[in-house]
Unconditional design. Structure first.
Length: 75
């Protein structure tokens, strides 16, 4: 639970940072005007968003952590 949440959030933050660094070069999905690395960076960013949903959204993971690990009551 905790590792899934931490891992997906870290990957999402890393991808967003890389896109920010690339600026407009980070919006290339395909085409001759973009390098393979630029295209891969955008696609990894899109996948990182999907990973926060797959197997339970980050919010659900946080609720599970609160209930099972921290033993907080259900809201």
């Amino acid at each position: 639970m905790v590792m899934k949440y931490v891992g997906t959030e870290a990957e999402k933050a890393k991808s967003e940072l890389l896109l920010s660094i690339l600026g407009t070069r980070g919006v290339g999905w395909e085409g001759k005007g973009f390098t393979l690395q630029e295209i891969d960076t955008l696609r990894l960013w899109a996948m990182s968003k999907a990973l926060t949903i797959a197997g339970g959204s980050s919010e659900i993971q946080l609720n599970l952590i609160a209930q099972k690990v921290l033993e907080l009551p259900q809201s």
